[in-house]
Design a protein around this ligand. Structure first.
Ligand code: ZN
Length: 202
């Protein structure tokens, strides 16, 4: 199982980190050990600035390589919300040096995933409101219609480079409003107004 993430997929987020707007999906991979399905998130010792990035997560349900965009919808049936935890201080340092991001993005438990829901429960998955609350205050809001690259396009692009397998997860990018989490924070994610996850930072 692998976790494929899309960077800079919402215009306002690309701008808030002073990144250029991509012309093709920016991809990176987190290893299986990054997955956090239940329980709280423990701040790692190597960073003083762990950021939250709330994202729509898609679960692949059949294997595929070089999937055509028109058929991509047949390769997933469940969606959830997740948090792409990012050691922003480390990432900025690595970016400055022109080095890969892996340490800042792929560390243990950096990919929190909430409860999976049948995509058919939603009329249009490219028009879903989602939000992150920290201590009951909304810090990030987004709508999947604002993705620069839509889910089917992302799957088509990823599968040109990486064969997708059953159980692989795709993090589809975060809207603006990323920021640091602190010990004691309670994070709750909402998809179309329904709570999808709730956990604490420790
Ligand atoms: Zn992200």
């Amino acid at each position: 199982m692998k976790i494929v993430c899309v960077g800079r997929n919402y215009l306002a987020h690309a701008k808030e980190l002073h990144n250029p707007v991509p012309t093709s999906p920016v991809l990176f991979i987190k290893p299986e050990t990054a997955l956090l399905r239940a329980g709280d998130f423990y701040l790692p010792s190597f960073s003083k600035e762990i950021h939250h990035e709330i994202e729509l997560v898609v679960r692949i349900n059949r294997a595929g390589k070089s999937i055509a965009e028109d058929f991509a919808k047949n390769y997933y049936s469940e969606i959830a919300l997740g948090i792409d935890f990012t050691a922003r201080d480390l990432q900025e340092e690595l970016k400055k040096q022109g080095l890969p991001w892996e340490k800042s993005k792929g560390f243990d438990n950096s990919a929190f995933v909430g409860n999976f829901l049948d995509k058919n429960a939603f009329e249009n998955i490219q028009n879903l409101d989602f939000a992150l609350q920290i201590n009951q205050k909304t810090v990030q809001t987004g709508n999947t219609q604002d993705m620069i690259f839509a889910i089917d396009k992302i799957i088509a692009d990823i599968s040109q480079y990486f064969t997708l397998k059953v159980g692989d997860l795709i993090f589809t990018g975060t809207p603006s409003g990323v920021g640091a989490v602190q010990i004691g924070d309670v994070l709750e994610g909402f998809l179309e107004g329904q709570s999808n996850f709730k956990f604490s930072i420790r």
